[in-house]
Design a protein around this ligand. Structure first.
Ligand code: ADP
Ligand code: MG
Length: 258
């Protein structure tokens, strides 16, 4: 359990995400996820780490069906992800995602980037969409930049806009894929601070990151992946101070080493 934040995970209820023996291949013979069993409680905050190519992005992208698995069951917010397009849409409405590259539209203002999907996909009236967008921009402390274009902002500011955009869809689950890896060092903290704040607000979070300070501050659980498998999971304190698996130890010695 995190030392900084109060536990918000509801471990007694049905899991909000359940991977049950999930296997995935790219093409016919690249076995990228191997027998993934993972149960995430509502409100739980999970940090996923592991070497490059171990399948971290693939794992979280399966949760909103940006990637599909071939074997096993994956249930998100009570909906099994299979070929049913309606079910996939339902899940996507509840899952926000933030990528390493911010993926903002450069020709739209910050505010327009945030209202685009609620207005055109969610059919929300402009006024309401703009009010909601401003609330989220306030939440990531960037409301004063609403009229600017993404390229007029720093990387850290753009990533906070991307987080606000995901929050505009009021997701139950937020997926973060190395959200600070493309940022200059001086901008990492402002993004992590926003994520730490979110983590205190009860949203279920799956975050691929190697930011150990962040993991220690917010994660209920750290998951270590290697070669498509979950090879260790533990509290952040135990994982970072007392890794049990040889591959975790080797990985940690490398990330602490630089
Ligand atoms: N669309 C794809 N087609 C084929 N191979 C892929 C594809 N996406 C990722 N891979 C491969 O799958 C492995 C896991 O990738 P990824 O999930 O991105 O790992 P990580 O996020 O841990 O770095 C890597 O070897 C990567 O090259
Ligand atoms: Mg990745």
């Amino acid at each position: 359990m995190s030392a900084v934040l109060k536990p918000v995970a509801d471990t007694g209820a049905a899991p909000i995400i359940l991977f049950d023996k999930v296997n995935k291949w790219y093409g016919n013979d690249f076995h990228v996820l191997r027998d993934i069993d993972l149960s995430v409680a509502k409100g739980e905050r999970i940090v996923i780490c592991g070497p490059s190519g171990s399948g971290k992005s693939t794992l979280i992208r399966c949760v909103n069906r940006l990637e599909e698995h071939q074997q096993g069951r994956l249930i998100v917010d009570g909906v099994e992800l299979a070929d049913d397009v309606k079910a996939i849409d339902a899940v996507r409405r509840n899952v926000g995602m933030v990528f390493q590259q911010f993926n903002l539209f450069p020709h739209l203002t910050v505010l327009e980037n945030l209202t685009l999907s609620p207005m055109w996909v969610g059919k929300m009236p402009r006024k309401e969409a703009e009010e909601k967008a401003m609330l989220q921009l306030n939440r990531v402390r960037i409301a004063e930049q609403a009229g600017k274009y993404p390229l007029q902002l720093s990387g850290g500011q753009q990533q906070r806009v991307a987080i606000a955009r995901a929050l505009c869809l009021t997701p139950k689950i937020m997926l973060f894929d190395e959200p600070t890896s493309a940022l200059d060092p001086e901008m990492i903290k402002e993004v992590l601070d926003v994520m730490i704040e979110l983590a205190g607000q009860g949203i279920t979070m799956l975050c691929v990151t190697h930011e150990m300070g962040f993991a220690q501050a917010v994660a209920d659980r750290v998951i270590f992946m290697d070669q498509g498998q979950i090879v260790e999971q533990n509290t952040p304190h135990e994982f970072f101070h007392n890794p049990r698996n040889e591959r975790s130890r080797d990985f940690l010695s490398k990330i602490i080493g630089h």
